[in-house]
Design a protein around this ligand. Structure first.
Ligand code: ADP
Length: 590
C-alpha cells in the first residue's frame, strides 16, 4: 500500500490536534457554564431566602398564621415560589398552594440537608405541583440558638435550561467555526512545511537518476535553507566525484581497449565481466556477445579453462602457450592468468592477458627455415670445393682432370659468391627499407627498362633469344632507378633461364587505374599452379636442377619482391606450364 505523503501526515495531525483541543475546550466550557448557571440560580434563591427570612422570623413566635399572608404578599410581588416549613415538616406558608392541604415536607432532601446541620440545602427535581424541573434551596431559621423552621425558595429551571442550551449551541457553533478555520490554517501550514520537503524529494530523485545539474533554492526557515544548501553542495560534490570516476573509468577503458594484448576479466564464477576488443578478436567473438557469459561458453578450450581453474585454486601459474584452431588457421597465444584481488587482497576473480604470438612463431619458423636453407645452399658448393680441392691435393691427376676440377671449383666459388651477394643485397634492402634510406628520384620508366634489357642483351643473344620492349616512353615515376633496374633484370634473367632457345621475351610498361605496370612475359616452361603462392619465398625453387645448372641462387624473386615492396607496390605472376609465364610489377603512379 502506498504510504501517504508528509502533507497529509501534517494536515491530519493538525486537524486531529485542533479537533481534540476544540472538543475538549468546548466540553469544558459547557460543563463550567452549566455549573455556573446552577450556581448563580442557587445563589439567587439563597439570597432571596435570607431576605425573606428577616420577614418571617418575627412571625414564628408571635403570629405563625401570618406567615401565609407574607407568602401571598411575596407571590403578588412576583417572587418565585417560597415555602416556610416548621421543624416538624409541616408547611407554615407557601406562595403556590394552601399549606393546610400540603403534605409534610420533612422528607424533602433540601429540608433534610438543613436539618442535618448543613448551612443550606439544595435539590433539583420535578415539582409534583407544577410538573416541571425546579431547583429548591432551603435555609434554616434559628431562634435563640434553636432551629425554628426552614425557608425554602424554588425556581423553575425551564428558562435557565433554555438559556443554557442556547449558550451551549453557540459554544459548539463557535467551536465548529474555529475547527473550520484551523482546518484552513492546517492546510496552509502543511503546505508550507511539506512544499520544501517535496521540492527536496524531487531534487533527490533527480540526483538519484544521475542528473546533478539541478540546484534547490528554498526560502523559509533557516533549517530548510541550510538543508537546501547542503543538498546543493552534496550534488556538486557528487557531480565532481562521479565525473572523476567516469573520467578514470574512461581512461582505464581506453587504455585496456587500445592494448594490443587481449584482456579478459572473470568474476568468481567464471563469468566474463570485462573484455577488450583485442581479446574479442583473438577469441573470435565480440565484446557485446561475450560480456556476461561464462568463459566456457565463449571459448571452448580445455587448456585455457584448466589454467583459470588452477589460478582459482591458488596456484601461481607461469605463462602458458595455447593454440586455438578456428575456422581459418591455427593461432598461437601466450596466456598469463593472474588472480584478481581487491585492495583487501581478497580474490574476486581471474585476469587473463592474451598475447597473439602467431606471427612471432611463424617468423621464428621462417628464420629457422632460412638459416637451414642458407646453410644447405652454402654447404653444397663448399662441400664440392672441399672435395675437388682434396682430390687435387692428392696430386695423381692428369692436367685435363686438374683443369676440369679447377673449373668446377671456380664455378662453385662463383655460385657461393652469387649466393652471398644476393643475401647481402637482400639484407641491405631490408635494412634500408626499415630505416627509410632508399633514395627515390623521378625517372623515366622506359629508360629503366632499356637499361635492364641492355644488361641482359648478351645472355639473350648467347641463347638465341630475342628481347622486345614496349611502352613507357612518356612515363616518369618516383623510384630508385638502380633497384628497379635490378628487379627487371632478375625477371628477364629468369625468363631467359626457364625458356627454350629461340623464344621471345616481352617487356612491357603501361598505366592502368593509377598503377604503373611492368610485365615480363616469356614463352618458357611455365610454372605449375601449386608453386605460385610460394614462388617469392627465399630459396624456393620449382626446378632445382635447372636453377643450379643455370647458376640460380633461389633468391632472385625474393629480391624482386622486396624492391617492389620498398616502392609501395606488389608483384604477381600468371603462368601456364608449357606455355610460359608473365610476371607483373604493380607500382603506385598517383
Ligand atoms: P632462381 O635463382 O632459382 O631462379 P628465383 O627466385 O629467381 O630463383 O626463382 C625461383 C624459382 O622460380 C626458380 O627456381 C624457378 O624454378 C621459378 N621461376 C622463376 N621465374 C621463372 C620463369 N620465368 N619461368 C619458369 N619458372 C620460373
Amino acid at each position: 500500500m502506498k504510504s501517504r505523503g508528509i502533507f497529509w501526515h501534517i494536515l491530519v495531525s493538525f486537524i486531529a490536534l485542533s479537533f481534540v483541543m476544540l472538543v475538549g475546550m468546548a466540553t469544558y466550557a459547557v460543563v463550567v457554564l452549566e455549573s455556573m448557571y446552577y450556581r448563580s440560580v442557587e445563589e439567587a434563591l439563597l439570597s432571596q431566602a435570607r431576605i425573606i427570612q428577616t420577614r418571617v422570623l418575627p412571625l414564628l413566635e408571635r403570629n405563625p398564621e401570618g406567615i401565609q399572608g407574607v407568602c401571598m404578599d411575596l407571590k403578588s410581588n412576583g417572587v418565585s415560589r417560597v415555602s416556610v416549613i416548621f421543624p416538624d415538616g409541616h408547611v407554615a406558608g407557601d406562595t403556590q398552594e394552601d399549606p393546610g392541604v400540603m403534605e409534610n415536607h420533612a422528607g424533602r432532601p433540601e429540608v433534610q440537608a438543613v436539618q442535618s446541620g448543613q448551612g443550606h440545602g439544595m435539590a433539583i427535581r420535578k415539582s409534583k405541583t407544577l410538573n416541571i424541573d425546579m431547583m429548591y434551596v432551603a435555609v434554616p431559621m434559628i431562634v435563640e440558638g434553636r432551629p425554628a423552621g426552614v425557608i425554602r425558595t424554588a425556581m423553575p429551571l425551564t428558562l435557565l435550561l433554555d438559556n443554557y442550551r442556547k449558550m451551549r449551541l453557540r459554544i459548539l457553533a463557535a467551536a465548529g467555526a474555529m475547527l473550520l478555520v484551523s482546518v484552513l490554517l492546517s492546510l496552509i501550514v502543511s503546505h508550507r512545511i511539506s512544499r520544501p520537503l517535496m521540492t527536496m524529494q524531487q531534487a533527490s530523485q533527480q540526483f538519484a537518476r544521475g542528473d546533478f545539474s539541478l540546484r534547490v533554492h528554498l526560502s523559509g526557515s533557516s533549517e530548510v535553507e541550510s538543508l537546501a544548501d547542503s543538498m546543493n553542495w552534496m550534488a556538486a560534490q557528487l557531480d565532481e566525484r562521479i565525473s572523476t570516476i567516469q573520467e578514470q573509468q574512461c581512461r582505464m577503458e581506453s587504455i585496456i581497449s587500445s592494448m594490443r594484448e587481449g584482456v579478459v576479466a572473470l568474476d568468481y564464477s567464471n563469468l566474463i565481466i570485462t573484455m577488450n576488443q583485442a581479446a574479442a578478436r583473438m577469441l573470435g567473438t565480440s565484446v557485446e556477445q561475450a560480456t556476461g557469459r561464462m568463459l566456457e561458453e565463449v571459448v571452448r578450450h580445455q587448456t585455457l579453462c584448466n589454467l583459470v581453474s588452477e589460478v582459482r585454486g591458488g596456484r601461481d601459474m607461469p605463462e602458458s602457450n595455447v593454440t586455438m584452431y578456428d575456422a581459418s588457421e591455427p593461432r598461437n597465444f601466450q596466456v598469463r592468468a593472474t588472480p584478481l584481488r581487491t585492495a583487501g587482497k581478497r580474490m574476486i576473480g581471474v585476469l587473463l592477458v592474451l598475447n597473439d604470438v602467431t606471427r612471432l612463431r611463424s617468423l621464428e619458423k621462417i628464420r629457422r627455415e632460412f638459416v637451414a636453407n642458407v646453410s644447405h645452399e652454402l654447404k653444397t658448393p663448399v662441400t664440392a670445393i672441399q672435395g675437388f680441392a682434396e682430390t687435387l691435393l692428392n696430386g695423381e691427376n692428369d692436367q685435363e682432370t686438374i683443369n676440369r676440377f679447377l673449373e668446377i671449383i671456380r664455378r662453385q666459388t662463383g655460385r657461393l659468391n652469387a649466393i652471398i651477394e644476393d643475401l647481402l643485397n637482400l639484407s641491405r634492402l631490408e635494412r634500408d627499407r626499415e630505416h627509410g634510406e632508399i633514395q627515390m628520384g623521378r625517372f623515366s620508366l622506359r629508360k629503366v627498362l632499356d637499361n635492364a634489357v641492355q644488361c641482359c642483351r648478351h645472355e639473350a643473344e648467347r641463347r638465341g633469344m630475342s628481347l622486345e620492349v614496349e611502352g613507357g616512353e612518356e612515363l616518369k615515376l618516383d623510384m630508385n632507378a638502380e633497384l628497379m633496374e635490378q628487379a627487371v633484370v632478375n625477371l628477364i634473367n629468369n625468363a631467359l633461364k626457364y625458356s627454350d632457345e629461340n623464344k621471345t621475351v616481352r617487356i612491357r610498361a603501361a598505366i592502368e587505374r593509377n598503377e604503373a605496370l611492368i610485365s615480363v612475359t616469356d614463352e618458357g616452361f611455365g610454372i605449375a599452379a601449386e608453386h605460385l603462392p610460394r614462388l617469392f619465398e627465399r630459396f624456393y625453387r620449382v626446378d632445382k636442377n635447372r636453377s643450379r645448372q643455370m647458376g640460380g641462387t633461389g633468391l632472385g624473386l625474393a629480391i624482386v619482391k622486396h624492391i617492389v615492396m620498398a616502392h609501395g607496390g606488389r608483384v604477381d605472376v600468371e603462368s601456364e606450364p608449357g606455355k610460359g609465364s608473365c610476371f607483373t610489377i604493380h607500382l603506385p603512379a598517383a
